[in-house]
Design a protein around this ligand. Structure first.
Ligand code: ATP
Ligand code: 9VF
Ligand code: MG
Length: 443
């Protein structure tokens, strides 16, 4: 038989079993595409996914609860009716069993309900009642939502069969073991320059998560109070100012370009590289580089502007990528170029030097080659390519109506930020809803 969804189970019973096993009467239940926001008679509020298979749906379907919520004042007959269905179905009825807490090292509620007892509320931001729980049962489906972190299994303490009930002596604190998901969550909460040794960590996942959350909230508040600038936006402004001051003309060419441009750049459908291009229709694509737009501007301005023609563009580029640490599928490129006189390798190297010195980023130059241009001078920071630079002319110029020497270089802005701030992953520098200026937003 088809399982009922959570909202239909709620409307049928008018009841809700919370994570700690309390049976509540439902005052109001709002339904969105994926979520339910349920208000209980006691004032508690909870947001859950409208799932057929969640813990909540199972509890309601199997009618499992620990005890009625006192503040909801669930009517006796409702409780009875709810419990009755359980025995009809031959299911185990959960009864309240009061166990003297002296038998255990921890209070009973801590054992049965590790999630709540370990503190759902964030100490940095105490939520006043009614509280919206956004606990592990809410599966996160979009990029804005914090990842759902399963709690570590809390082992039931050993109950000694012996009659000696003396509480055991406190043993020295064990090192905490983290699951991979928990490690990832903690790593995502570290500040841009922070490190952690999980092997030495004594704090529990919850304690550590909570401490880091407080710190990250502080970081965001101080950004809000101080600069209020997005680092990618700021870098684009800094770069723009630098090149405008150097006599380069700022260009903003289309992001949506004809695929034919890519064929003219030597990246036709027969080339492996073309598989990295986001096609948006038969003849259009999202630009994976800035060169086609700049080629067109160089041609158009050749007889208009004085020699040498100096142009630059900073803007989004798109490439399908598989390697994650230094690649984004949506990134920001700077491409500057100069055509006409003073287009030697040395001129190019001086420009690169001035530019990277202005950003205070260390680099070295390495000879390389690429499919599009042939020989390149790659600008490296440690093992990461910051830029590929080229001394023209190249044979492809003919197809773009260019017949003068040129020099140019393409830099990735997110890679410049990764290098400058020593970021662990380029995601922290890119367009994102999960990080703001390298600080997790999933708090
Ligand atoms: P890589 O070999 O690292 O994939 P690439 O040689 O294909 O890079 P270029 O075509 O030379 O890249 O692009 C110029 C610059 O743009 C690169 O040096 C890099 O800084 C940046 N860049 C290229 N692809 C990406 C990407 N997917 N994510 C972030 N930056 C990128
Ligand atoms: C340098 C890398 C062909 C004269 C308009 C300027 C360059 C390398 C840029 C970039 C690309 N090329 N990712 O061209 O400056 O185009 O592949 Si122009
Ligand atoms: Mg390159």
């Amino acid at each position: 038989m088809e399982k009922k969804s959570l909202d239909s189970l709620i409307s049928k019973t008018g009841l809700w079993v919370s994570r700690n096993g309390h049976l509540h009467t439902v005052k109001n239940c709002e339904t969105s595409q994926k979520y339910l926001r349920i208000t209980m008679d006691c004032g508690e509020m909870i947001k859950v996914r409208n799932s057929k298979t969640s813990r909540s749906a199972r509890s309601l379907r199997n009618r499992k609860f620990l005890k009625p919520c006192k503040r909801c004042r669930v009517p006796e007959e409702k409780i009875e009716e709810f419990s009755k269905k359980t025995s009809n179905k031959n299911e185990v009825k959960v009864t309240v069993k009061v166990v003297p807490s002296a038998q255990f090292n921890a209070p009973i509620k801590d054992i049965q309900n590790p999630v709540l007892s370990s503190g759902n509320a964030n100490p940095a931001n105490p939520v006043s009642s009614p509280q919206i729980h956004d606990g592990p049962e809410v599966q996160k489906t979009n990029a804005t939502a914090p990842p759902s972190i399963p709690q570590q299994k809390v082992k039931k303490p050993n109950v000694s069969k012996a009659t000696n009930h003396k509480p055991k002596q406190q043993v020295k604190p064990k090192k905490t073991e983290f699951t991979q998901i928990q490690k990832n969550r903690i790593l995502s909460l570290l500040g841009p320059g922070e490190m952690i040794s999980f092997a030495k960590e004594k704090r529990s996942f919850k304690e550590l998560e909570s401490t880091l959350q407080i710190q990250r909230k502080k970081d965001l508040v101080s950004m809000y109070e101080d600069s209020r600038e997005d680092m990618l936006g700021k870098l684009e402004r800094t770069i723009t100012e630098f090149f405008v001051d150097m006599g380069f003309l700022e260009i903003k060419s289309p992001i949506l370009i004809p695929f034919e441009y890519m064929e003219r750049m030597g990246v036709g459908e027969d080339k492996k590289l073309s598989e990295q291009i986001f096609r948006v229709s038969d003849n259009m694509c999202l630009r994976p580089m800035l060169a086609p737009g700049l080629y067109n501007y160089l041609r158009k301005f050749d007889n208009v502007l004085p020699d040498p023609v100096r142009l630059f563009e900073v803007g989004p580029c798109y490439r399908k990528e598989s390697d994650g640490n230094s690649h984004l599928e949506e990134f920001t490129m700077l491409n500057f170029c100069q055509m006409g006189s003073k287009c030697t390798k040395k001129d190019l190297e001086y420009l690169i030097q001035d530019f990277l010195e202005s950003l205070d980023i260390e680099y070295e130059l390495v000879s390389d080659s690429c499919m599009v241009y042939g020989d390149t001078i790659d600008v490296m920071h440690k093992n990461m390519e910051l830029s590929s630079a080229v001394v023209g002319p190249v044979p492809m110029d003919l197809d773009w109506g260019i017949d003068k020497p040129w020099i140019g270089a393409g830099f990735g802005l997110e890679r410049l930020l990764k290098a400058k701030y020593n970021l662990k992953n380029i995601n922290r520098a890119g367009r994102s809803e999960s990080y703001y200026n390298g600080i997790s937003t999933n708090l």
